[in-house]
Ligand binder design. Structure first.
Ligand code: IFM
Length: 437
């Protein structure tokens, strides 16, 4: 077990940006014009869970769309200096080509309130959800559909830009199409990169704030460390989900297995910072069709009682991977854990911030950190995983900051922490339960 009480005291650089992150569909509620909302109403949504024991529609989520004024106060009271949020395209353009000015006014008010509190706002323009009409036209699967996103951004950007301190065009754009190779996946991957580049250049017309797209940075690891095939396929997985994107953004070369490479000057250099979402490491098993193998059983922490969220905490992966991103500043735009027992979150935070600090010491220009998530929220198919610094009662929508929120507030105030801080917030170490049967 990690001895978190003996962590050396660390300080972050002056001006380090401390904040938390959320996404519209996961907290707002009633996002009825989105493709996600539509999917949640279909019987197939419950295919793997006919009893509806874990799966649920987003419904009112955290009712943030109504309670946003209080949530701004909450963010400020927790000492956060920055906040990453997303704007729902499907609210602003619920019907193709028709703008909802009330929805726009809502977001402008939210942004203004945050800025008035001195909170730097990082805006994500596409966080997994988009209008149902766009999905029905083929979504990002069709390259030509980029024009709809362009039209939307051309409407939105001039209005919100003065309030934005940092941009993500797309959240986790490297996840689309998964790990696999070949001509069916490559066009989607290319299109996500080109959509990102389109957003990058459009934003530059209206804003001097830095722009990127968030990268889900998975640390791939061979399931059997000495197995040559597992090691080779680990490199392959890393290439298709990580290096392909880094190389393309650096050079404009879109080099993907199974298709001829393309060169796109619009993609080259279309970033001002690396935007890293880091959670855990994943095992690569060359003998499985999907490559995604089981994790080390002895390292699984049963944080919540459903299997798919068994997490393997691997903070050293953060240090190791950030070393690959030395050519631009880095912001950690998401990092966090889902845990019912808040003491796990304190341990997780302490170790990941220590790993981040180590990357700084190794010369990586890390400028900020956004904890995922500000509050417990809708985790795409379920309300069970609790990622929040703040607990939400999903009946009354009452917010209650957890001990980890107070721990994080002290870290922000002091711009650092040490083992002694952890000891004060973690009165007793949790007992680690065994793996799920
Ligand atoms: O909740 C998600 C978020 O929408 C994207 N990154 C990972 C988070 C936790 O699974």
């Amino acid at each position: 077990m990690y001895d978190v009480f003996s962590l050396p005291a660390i300080r972050f650089p002056e001006g380090f940006v401390w904040g938390s992150a959320t996404a519209g569909h996961q907290i707002e509620g009633d996002n009825i014009h989105s493709q996600a909302w539509h999917n949640e109403q279909q019987p197939e949504f419950y295919r793997d869970d006919p009893e509806r024991a874990t799966r649920a529609p987003s419904g009112k989520a955290c009712d943030h769309f109504r309670l946003y004024r209080d949530d701004v106060e909450l963010i400020a009271s927790l000492g956060h200096r920055a906040y990453r949020m997303s704007i729902e395209w499907s609210r602003i353009e619920p019907v193709e080509g028709r703008w909802d000015h009330r929805a726009l006014a809502h977001y402008l008010d939210l942004l203004e309130r945050l800025v008035r509190k001195g909170i730097q706002v990082f805006v994500t323009l596409h966080h997994f959800t988009h209008p149902l009409w766009f999905e029905r036209l083929g979504g990002f699967g069709k390259a030509d559909n980029r024009r709809f996103f362009e039209r939307y951004l051309t409407f939105l950007l001039p209005q919100i830009s003065p309030m934005v301190s940092g941009w993500n065009v797309i959240n986790e754009f490297n996840q689309w199409g998964g790990l696999t190779a070949g001509p069916t996946v490559a066009p989607l991957k290319f299109n996500m990169l080109r959509t990102h580049a389109l957003g990058y250049h459009l934003i530059k017309r209206y804003s001097s704030a830095p722009v990127s797209s968030a990268h889900a940075f998975i640390h791939w690891f061979p399931r059997r460390f000495h197995d040559d095939l597992d090691r080779r396929m680990t490199d392959f997985a890393d290439f298709t989900t990580n290096e392909f994107f880094f190389h393309a953004l650096r050079t404009g070369e879109l080099v993907y297995p199974g298709v001829d490479a393309e060169y796109d000057p619009e993609v080259k250099g279309s970033l001002d910072f690396w935007s890293v979402n880091y959670y855990t490491r994943h095992m690569v098993d060359a003998r499985l069709a999907g490559l995604d193998g089981p994790r080390f059983a002895h390292k699984l922490l049963q944080m919540i009682p459903i299997r798919f969220y068994l997490e393997e905490m691997y903070p050293e992966g953060l240090t190791a991977n950030l070393e690959r991103l030395r050519d631009y500043p880095v912001y950690i735009t998401e990092n966090g854990c889902c845990a019912d027992d808040d003491r796990f979150r304190i341990v997780y935070l302490a170790l990941h911030l220590s790993a981040l600090h180590e990357a700084l010491e190794r010369g990586v220009d890390v400028r900020g950190y956004f904890y995922w998530s500000l509050m417990d929220n809708y985790e795409w198919t379920t309300f069970i995983p609790r990622f929040g610094l703040v607990a939400v009662d999903f009946q009354t929508f009452r917010r209650s900051p957890k001990t980890s929120a107070l721990f994080y507030r002290e870290i922000i105030r002091d711009n650092g922490f040490g083992g002694e801080t952890v000891r004060r917030y973690l009165d007793a170490l949790p007992t680690l339960p065994g793996p799920v049967a």
